[in-house]
Design a protein around this ligand. Sequence first.
Ligand SMILES: *[C@@H]1O[C@H](CO)[C@@H](O)[C@H](O)[C@H]1NC(C)=O
Ligand SMILES: *[C@@H]1O[C@H](CO)[C@@H](O)[C@H](O)[C@H]1NC(C)=O
Ligand SMILES: *[C@@H]1O[C@H](CO)[C@@H](O)[C@H](O)[C@H]1NC(C)=O
Length: 483
Amino acid sequence: MAKKVKDRKEKKVVEKAEVKESNSVLTLASFVSLVAFAVLCMIVYNIYTDVVHVPEMPTFDLNKRWGANTTKPEDTSIRPYRIVFSDSMNLEIRWLFEMYRRYEMKKSFNDTAWTYGVHSEAFSKIFNHWIFHYDFANRERFLNQFEQYKTKIQGLDIHYIHVKPKVEVNVKVLPLLLLHGWPGSIREFYEAIPLLTTERPGYNFVFEVIVPSLPGFGFSQAPVRPGLSPHQIAIIMRNLMQRLGHKRYYVQGGNVGHIIGSHMATIFPEEVVGFHSNFPVNFSKYAQWVWVLGSIWPTFVANENVDRMYPLGRKLKFYLEEFGFLHLQGTKPDTIGVALQDSPAGLATYILDRIMIFTDPANKLDPDGGMEKYYTYDQLLDNIMLYWISGSITTSMRIYKEIFEDSDMEKMIELIPTSVPTWGARFKNDLAYTPDFVLKWKYPNLLGTSNYNVGGHLAAFERPNEFSESIFQAVKAFVAFSK
Ligand SMILES: *[C@@H]1O[C@H](CO)[C@@H](O)[C@H](O)[C@H]1NC(C)=O
Ligand SMILES: *[C@@H]1O[C@H](CO)[C@@H](O)[C@H](O)[C@H]1NC(C)=O
Ligand SMILES: *[C@@H]1O[C@H](CO)[C@@H](O)[C@H](O)[C@H]1NC(C)=O
């Protein structure tokens, strides 16, 4: 009898334990689903704030001063300007060439091409050209072939090329602002300018081009205080166009010029009649998700241009390897700046290394860095000389610091779509590729793209013909669209 009772008791205990267990399974399940629900809510909220919700356009001070404080009213005059390779610069650079040759740098390893950075053999060739064949007087004349001016905008002297074409009566002249990038300069456009300012069959318009040096680059003054991020430069560029009497105008940009141009189209949609970018990209969180998830089915995302986005691992490795400069310049531009400002050879190698990789990443495996394949040494050295004689490398690199420091505002403006008709020119070896449907998040009036099987990130400099052709195509579409 006693045993039976005990048995029953035991059974009860077991039953109780089972009930308890299923209870805890129930609470665990509800807990998990609660967490899942919360996570889902967060994702939806995130997508909403980042993709669907469009932030309101902030109001900007369009007259913010970037120059030294003064109580005098702004001098709005437009002054002619000429680039000068002065005698003292000449003496100094030749002396520095000598110093560098005397303490010649260590030779690079054999057979490593440009994988350790600029190879010493390749650099020796360019350096020799600089010393013995780069004709200073001749290059000075070359650089002054287009009319240049300076005018004060928001306290900063802004330098720019201005070329007005001579045309027949029935040909329209359209103002076009060309925005260079880093480590470029106005020199990027010298081959393209004549192509853009000359009539071509099939088009009843031609361009009047305005090519500014960005603030802190070349002969444009740098700000005296921090904060001149791309959207603030966009305001300066807009004010420059107003100063020149252009109420409505076209904008073209690549590299940081793309960021500035895109901001102009966003902040001044009533003024920018069309925006042409040769770096049509989107680095937002969701654009990156599309890129990562797209690796499951690459052709779905990139169509025939799969190799410009994938394989994902190889691309990520490339960015990790090659974007150290972005980190460095985005954090401590002034430190590296001292070294580059002190040595022509140092300045040249730092810039050439970027031009090598921006032109075609495969150049890294070429003993000559692909330099002669795409450019003449004179072309490359002109660009370096503009940095050297203006002593502007440090202030030019600060643009990356300002992008990072002001990233909240920069990102916010990027989230605001623009109705300005837009066109993308994609070159084969550019640093990134964004599919059309992603570009349309920002540019709903993306009227088209030109896709080239040649060229890289410095399209105007390397491929002036395709670059100019694409601008003519784009503007034809812009004109038809706004009719
Ligand atoms: C110059 O102007 C800025 C902005 O208006 C102000 O913050 C700064 O204190 C002024 N600096 C001097 C030296 O007056
Ligand atoms: C590197 O190349 C040079 C010239 O071809 C040759 O003289 C030298 O021995 C090579 N060095 C090594 C370590 O192979
Ligand atoms: C990039 O994509 C985001 C969506 O994640 C969009 O809101 C934004 O306008 C785009 N920006 C650019 C510059 O294309």
